[in-house]
Design a protein around this ligand. Structure first.
Ligand SMILES: Nc1ncnc2c1ncn2[C@@H]1O[C@H](COP(=O)(O)OP(=O)(O)OP(=O)(O)O)[C@@H](O)[C@H]1O
Ligand SMILES: [Mg+2]
Length: 252
C-alpha cells in the first residue's frame, strides 16, 4: 500500500478537493483505495459519509486513535463505493489529539503507522486529508506517509505557507529518519504571467499537472456531495484532475 497525504499549514488550498478526487479516481481505475479524513472540519467526510456520521454508533478517526484497537480496525472503516473505503472524521478529532498527547504510557507518534500496517494488505493506496495544522496528529501522518503532497494555491501568502510547511515536514523527516517524498501540486492556477512566474520560482519536486482555477464545476459537484471527476459535465478542471490521477498512477 502506498500512503499519500495532503498537507499544507495554509488553509483553503484544495487539500480536501484534491484528496477526494485522487481517492475516487484511483478507485475508479480499479485500485483498492482507503481515504482517511483526519480534519475535524470533516469536509471529505461530508461528501462520502454524510448519512453515517450522524448515526449514534459512528466511529471515525478520532475514536480509532484514542481506542487504538489494532485487532479490530475494520469497525472504523466504511465502504463508500466500488474499491473505495473510508475512515471518516468528526469534531471529536480536536479532543482526541489532546487525549493522545496526554497518554504518556504509549508511543503517541506512531499510532497511525501501526493502524495502516494492519490495513496494508487490503489496499493499493491510502489517501490522507489533513487539517491545516501541525500537531500530534499531523506528526503521526507524516511518519506514516510514503509521499506528502503540498497543494499550493498561488496568492500573497502562498510562499510563506509553503516554506513553513516544508520546514516542519523536513524537520520531522530528519528527526525520525524517514524517506518520505515531498511533492508540490499547484492548485487554483490562473493562466496568466503572475502564476507562470510563481510556478517557476519554487524549484524542486512538483507534479507536471497543475489544477486550474475554475470555481463553478468544483462548487457544483461539492454541493451535490460528489467528487468533480465523477461529474457528468465536462470541464477543464475535471480534465486536470484526471491528468493528475494518471501522473500518480505512473509514479507507481
Ligand atoms: N480548482 C479550483 N478552482 C476554484 N475553486 C476551487 C478549486 N479547488 C478548490 N476550490 C475551492 O476552494 C475552497 C477550498 O478548497 P478545499 O476545501 O479543498 O481546501 P482545503 O485546503 O482542504 O481547506 P482547509 O484548509 O479548510 O481544509 C473550496 O471552497 C473549494 O470549492
Ligand atoms: Mg480540507
Amino acid at each position: 500500500m502506498k500512503t499519500i497525504s495532503l498537507l499544507n499549514l495554509k488553509g483553503g488550498v484544495a487539500k480536501t478537493t484534491t484528496g477526494g478526487n485522487i481517492a475516487k479516481g484511483l478507485a475508479n481505475r480499479g485500485f483498492k483505495t482507503l481515504l482517511i479524513d483526519t480534519d475535524m472540519q470533516a469536509n471529505a467526510t461530508s461528501i462520502f459519509l454524510e448519512d453515517e456520521r450522524s448515526k449514534e454508533d459512528y466511529k471515525g478517526f478520532a475514536e480509532l486513535i484514542v481506542d487504538e484497537k489494532l485487532d479490530d480496525v475494520d469497525q472504523y472503516v466504511y465502504n463508500v463505493g466500488e474499491n473505495l473505503d473510508m475512515i471518516g472524521s468528526s469534531l471529536a478529532v480536536a479532543e482526541s489529539e489532546l487525549k493522545v498527547r496526554n497518554s504518556f504510557n504509549r508511543n503517541s507518534s506512531n499510532i497511525v503507522k501501526k493502524v495502516l500496517k494492519k490495513l496494508d494488505s487490503k489496499y493499493d493506496y491510502c489517501i490522507i486529508d489533513c487539517a491545516p495544522t501541525i500537531n500530534l496528529i499531523t506528526l503521526n501522518i507524516i511518519i506514516a506517509s510514503d509521499e506528502i503532497i503540498i497543494p499550493i494555491k498561488i496568492d500573497k501568502f502562498a510562499l510563506e505557507g509553503y516554506r513553513t510547511t516544508l520546514k516542519n515536514i523536513n524537520q520531522i523527516i530528519d528527526d525520525y529518519e524517514l524517506d518520505t517524498e515531498v511533492i508540490v501540486l499547484y492548485t487554483m492556477v490562473n493562466r496568466n504571467n503572475i502564476d507562470k512566474q510563481f510556478i517557476q520560482e519554487i524549484s524542486g519536486n512538483r507534479f507536471e499537472t497543475t489544477i486550474r482555477h475554475q470555481a463553478k464545476p468544483v462548487t457544483e459537484s461539492a454541493l451535490k456531495n460528489e467528487v468533480l471527476i465523477d461529474s457528468s459535465k465536462s470541464s477543464k478542471v475535471k480534465d486536470d484532475y484526471l491528468n493528475l490521477i494518471d501522473e500518480i498512477v505512473k509514479r507507481g
